[in-house]
Write a protein that binds this ligand. Structure first.
Ligand code: SF4
Length: 275
């Protein structure tokens, strides 16, 4: 019997050991079929205060045949109920590109997409930590430029080391990871995703906002940004109240300022806001 698609707006199924979890995604604007490579516990070198993954541990583990069966079932259920699938998305409880299963899982998911849902995008939501490893860097490059047509949604929350320390709390030096993101975006198109929220009551400084904008202008000059997604903290997180949402007007103001600068630089690309 086909799975009944009842996607929720939250992602809590990920903490119950699910490998595949259909959700209505605001940024995908429709049904997104998520793939979770870490059903047993969170695995991420970042520690963002707004992170929605609640601490958990269970006895589940990732198995490729199980992912295949679950993905096929989720797609079949959506097709049966006439629900268009916007994307198949590697996200889940951490940084997908760091899973040893990622390369094979991507290959398999892309072939299932071709077979059953050719209109769906193949998305990877990543903080860019995998780009620090040469094999992952080149695997992702192939995936974007080759037949898998991967759409990489690359996290860029900070333009300065100071804000990076607060908003991402990651040991990888800011300069090094930022350079890798720049290098990747100079070779392959990416979608940039930026979380704007306050941390311990502090919002990004004027210097931070300026540095972020300048960095994006530099990336746009490479011609390889598909779009920019600015999003706000919309759901609860285990770190609450460390991070809190900012007014939609603030998000819109940052987006407008980026649009104006892009336009003045002769660049045309969408800047979207998801409060
Ligand atoms: S990068 Fe993503 S998974 Fe990792 S801590 Fe930040 S929000 Fe959570």
């Amino acid at each position: 019997m086909a799975l009944s698609i009842n996607p929720t707006k939250n992602h809590r199924g990920r903490e119950k050991g699910l490998l595949v979890y259909p959700v209505y995604s605001r940024r995908s604007r429709g049904l997104s079929v998520g793939i979770n490579l870490f059903p047993d516990k969170k695995f991420c070198p970042f520690d963002c205060p707004y992170c929605e993954v609640f601490p958990f541990e269970n006895n589940s583990f990732f198995l490729l045949p199980q992912m295949e069966a679950d993905l096929r079932e989720a797609i079949a259920a959506a097709l049966e109920q006439d629900i268009p699938i916007k994307d198949i998305c590697f996200s889940g409880n951490g940084e997908p590109s760091l899973s040893p299963d990622f390369p094979e899982a991507l290959k398999l998911a892309a072939s299932i997409r071709e077979e059953l849902a050719p209109c769906a995008s193949m998305v990877l939501i990543t903080n860019g930590a995998g780009l620090m490893k040469p094999q992952i860097f080149s695997r992702l490059l192939d995936a974007v430029l080759g037949s898998e047509k991967l759409d990489v949604w690359l996290k860029l929350d900070a333009g300065t080391p100071e804000w990076y320390k607060k908003i991402n709390r990651c040991e990888i030096p800011f300069e090094e990871i930022t350079l890798k993101k720049k290098e990747f975006a100079s070779c392959a198109p990416v979608t940039i995703q930026t979380m704007l929220c306050s941390v311990e009551g502090e919002r990004p400084s004027a210097e931070e906002s300026h540095a972020w904008l300048e960095f994006l202008l530099g990336l746009a000059a490479s011609g390889n940004i598909r779009k920019v997604q600015i999003y706000g903290k919309a759901r609860s997180a285990p770190g609450d109240p460390l991070a809190s949402s900012l007014p939609v007007e603030y998000l819109e103001e940052r987006a407008s300022s980026l649009r104006r600068s892009l336009e003045a630089g002769g660049f045309s690309l969408p800047v979207e806001v998801f409060p």
